[in-house]
Design a protein around this ligand. Sequence first.
Ligand code: ZN
Ligand code: ZN
Length: 318
Amino acid sequence: MSTARFHNRYPHARPTARDFWRLWREYRRNRPPRVAFPRAGNDPAWLGANHSADTLTWVGHDTFLVQWGGLNLLTDPIYGERASPLPFAGPKRLVPPALAFERLPPIDVVLVSHNHYDHLDAPTIKRLIHAHPHTHFVVPKGLRRWFTRRGASRVIELDWWQSAPLGAATVTAVPAQHFTSRGLRDRNRTLWCGFVVEAAGRKLYFAGDTGYSRDFADIGARFAPIDMALIPIGAYEPRWFMQAMHVNPEDAVKIHQDLGARLSVAMHWGTFCLTTEPLDEPPRRLAAACTAAGLPAGCFRVLQHGETLQLGTPPVNR
Ligand code: ZN
Ligand code: ZN
């Protein structure tokens, strides 16, 4: 790991030690109650045999199986019980992974946006290295060694705006407004990013974690229109603390607009309890924000855990 630190591209509020203390107290006082989320069925055999249709299946949190231009991609895969370095403490999973690890089709590409425990899960990565040895891991600058140390042989490390070919596809790392750390002294030593995957003339965007900033207008200027954008809608309260690093549903709608996205799909909600908003609030607020922004019905979808969306079919408003 290098000793350099990475920085966001635009100014934002920076929390002080006092803010962390205040956050910890708020979090202890305002733990939202658990919610039972419905699960949708999916068809792993069909997904395994599919090499032509673009599909999206929500495994939970930021983990999607995306079939895009003939490639099988996984985003920020976490199959663990906790988003934590410790097996006995830290945010516990509320909904089991909604597509079993053993039933995943051969994975060509794994996109990892940053090193936080709810996005980079060491046990899941080790399982992928063994079960899918031909997988390419695409990671932000500074994370390659974390993967090669665990036995990954195909690691593509990208800086913001840097691209790499993936067969007939191209992947580009794009900026986000966030931070990184896995321990106490490694803050911002590795980069954070989103990704644009261009394949078969279609563009997929995966945001990772981010606050709202002008980064999205910049991404839109280079890549709009985006065919499908995966955008976080959860982990946003208390706002006084989270705003700089995590978007809320209203910000997510602005990102959708900045990117010129034809279709957006919500992520980063309903799987781990990370913050203080009610666990089922993000989709409700998203629906209200879409209406307030005058978006056409069905262009910002919320999937159930496990749900598969077949793309190219007209969106159905839920
Ligand atoms: Zn994060
Ligand atoms: Zn996160």
